[in-house]
Design a protein around this ligand. Structure first.
Ligand code: NAP
Length: 258
């Protein structure tokens, strides 16, 4: 276990549940001071309480990361609570399904605001605080969907997740001048509360498509994020780390049974 995250000030957006909650749990386990953010206060407060009762130092801030004023207030609150910001985990995101034939301007633009504008807003607002850190890090939660794979109903989602990586590659160069690294984790199918709700049959058939034979856990993504935020990853920037149990590898379904 890396000790370099102990006492670090960490912000995880979209962490009232799902992958963000797993990321927050892992950072808290490493001894970091964690602020989690989401829009729904009751859920966020409950998650902060749960993670704190498990021994972590975790608190909640209600914020919509697609809104500039909310993001600025969020970063300021983190700095007030923990004396600065060392690690930004830009994880918040949404994935509503919508077939291309039904796509509207509102659905398209709304998802870009949630998944892409939010990333720019969070990174931009965090720069002054990160510049003051001795080991500043940004970790983005992208996806295999878009950068590598596709799935009907998610053309807008896939486009946002690929856009995040385009942003990341130029941001990495601009931020390097201030020693800030920015990297992305690309999760495959991860067992979140929402996925569990799809039922056993769905889970089993999805797991059967993964060479490692199971779905990922939210902590699997948390461990990858913690590595990219650690001192040991200090010379890595502008890169992506796929965490998918080998899901993207088979050339065809036959590859899994050959
Ligand atoms: P989730 O379970 O639906 O959780 C999403 C979190 O983001 C919630 O805390 C939600 O809380 C928050 N959120 C959504 N919109 C927000 C906004 N505008 N401002 C602030 N918080 C917001 O989703 P998830 O599956 O954990 O996904 C998290 C990230 O992982 C996303 O970026 C997603 O694209 C990526 N991902 C997920 C998977 C997967 O298998 N689950 C695979 C690949 C990539 P509120 O609704 O209360 O705001």
């Amino acid at each position: 276990m890396s000790t370099s995250l102990r006492h670090k000030s960490v912000l995880v957006t979209g962490a009232s549940k799902g992958i963000g909650k797993g990321i927050a749990r892992v950072f808290a386990h490493h001894g970091a001071k964690v602020v989690i953010a989401a829009r729904t206060a009751a859920e966020g407060e409950a998650t902060a309480t749960e993670l704190s009762q498990a021994g972590g130092q975790v608190s909640f801030v209600a914020a919509d990361v697609a809104q500039r004023a909310d993001v600025q207030r969020l970063i300021a609150t983190v700095c007030e609570r923990h004396g600065g910001l060392d690690v930004l985990c830009a994880n918040a995101g949404a994935f509503p399904a919508c077939k291309l034939s039904d796509m509207t301007d509102e659905a398209w633009d709304g998802l870009f605001a949630t998944n892409v504008r939010s990333l720019m807003l969070c990174v931009q607002a965090a720069i002054p605080a990160l510049k003051a850190s001795s080991a500043p890090r940004i970790v983005v939660t992208s996806s295999i969907t878009g950068p590598i794979t596709g799935y009907p109903g998610w053309s807008h989602y896939a486009a946002t997740k690929a856009a995040q990586l385009g942003f990341l590659r130029t941001a990495a160069i601009e931020l390097a001048r201030d020693r800030i690294t920015i990297n992305a984790v690309l999760p495959g199918n991860i067992l979140t509360e929402a996925l569990v709700g799809m039922g056993e049959t769905y889970l089993a058939s999805t797991a059967a498509c993964v060479p490692l034979g199971k779905l990922g856990t939210v902590e699997d993504i948390g461990h990858a994020a913690a590595f990219l935020a650690s001192a040991e990853a200090g010379y890595i920037t502008g890169q992506t780390l796929v965490v998918d149990g080998g899901q993207i590898l088979p050339e065809s379904p036959a590859a899994l049974t050959a």
